[in-house]
Design a protein around this ligand. Structure first.
Ligand code: SF4
Ligand code: SF4
Length: 220
């Protein structure tokens, strides 16, 4: 999602790598669930989230649409996001005790928070979002905080997905051919989210095959 703000406005002004220490450790969020409330439609889900949610919950991702997940247009592309409940205005996976009921397979954005990714020159680094989490925090290594298995494969995936989305956005922003736009949007949605993943197999290989398919459509 594009954000038209300066880094000075939203961060501590520093960029971090996986081995850097950052003041992000909010100690298991004890007594706080602020960033699971009132998030409207900003917790955008990426293909790896569709895979892990489906694997963790034992349900195809498409079954989550409507109840726990909603769809919306983000910079021209239709993408899923965590839906806020009507009664509590929080993520549907936040339990009555204010804890994340899907913590081991929570989405990538939740895993990162209060960090974000800053993309430049075909790569990315991390930044610490300020004004978001006011819980007492201590320093932690970025890689430890994110706690994602196989960081190299994950990095490659994040960059490829980012690049693919950027190219899809450019096409959708510049084309007035409604049919082409509709077909591209449906292809992205179906290929990366609605077509079930084989959850007993590696995600990254499946993603690479699916990305090739869409990249060939985008190149045409
Ligand atoms: S605001 Fe900070 S402490 Fe509260 S739930 Fe979010 S990350 Fe955890
Ligand atoms: S998935 Fe978990 S951490 Fe993320 S918003 Fe929902 S309850 Fe909070």
């Amino acid at each position: 999602m594009k954000r038209f703000v300066s880094m000075e406005e939203i961060s501590d002004g520093r960029l971090y790598n996986l081995n850097d220490m950052v003041k992000a450790d909010c100690h298991d969020c004890v007594g706080c669930s602020k960033c699971c409330h009132d998030m409207v439609d900003t917790i955008i889900l990426s293909p790896i989230d569709a895979y892990y949610l489906s694997k963790g919950l034992g349900r195809p991702f498409r079954e989550l649409i409507e109840k726990e997940v909603a769809l919306r247009v983000v910079d021209g592309v239709i993408l899923p996001n965590m839906k806020m409940t009507a009664d509590r205005n929080c993520c549907a996976f936040l339990d009555e005790q204010g804890r994340c009921s899907i913590h081991p397979f929570r989405p990538d954005l939740c895993r990162l928070f209060p960090l974000g990714r800053y993309y430049e020159n075909g790569d990315f680094r991390y930044f610490l979002q300020t004004g978001q989490c006011d819980h007492p925090r201590t320093k932690v290594k970025v890689g430890k905080w994110i706690d994602t298995p196989d960081p190299a494969a994950h990095r490659e995936y994040v960059l490829r997905w980012h690049d693919l989305l950027k190219r899809a956005e450019e096409i959708l922003e510049n084309s007035e051919d409604e049919e082409l736009n509709h077909n591209l949007n449906m292809a992205v949605l179906n290929v990366f989210y609605m077509t079930p993943y084989r959850t007993d197999e590696d995600f990254y290989e499946q993603f690479a095959l699916r990305a090739e398919k869409i990249e060939s459509v985008i190149r045409e």
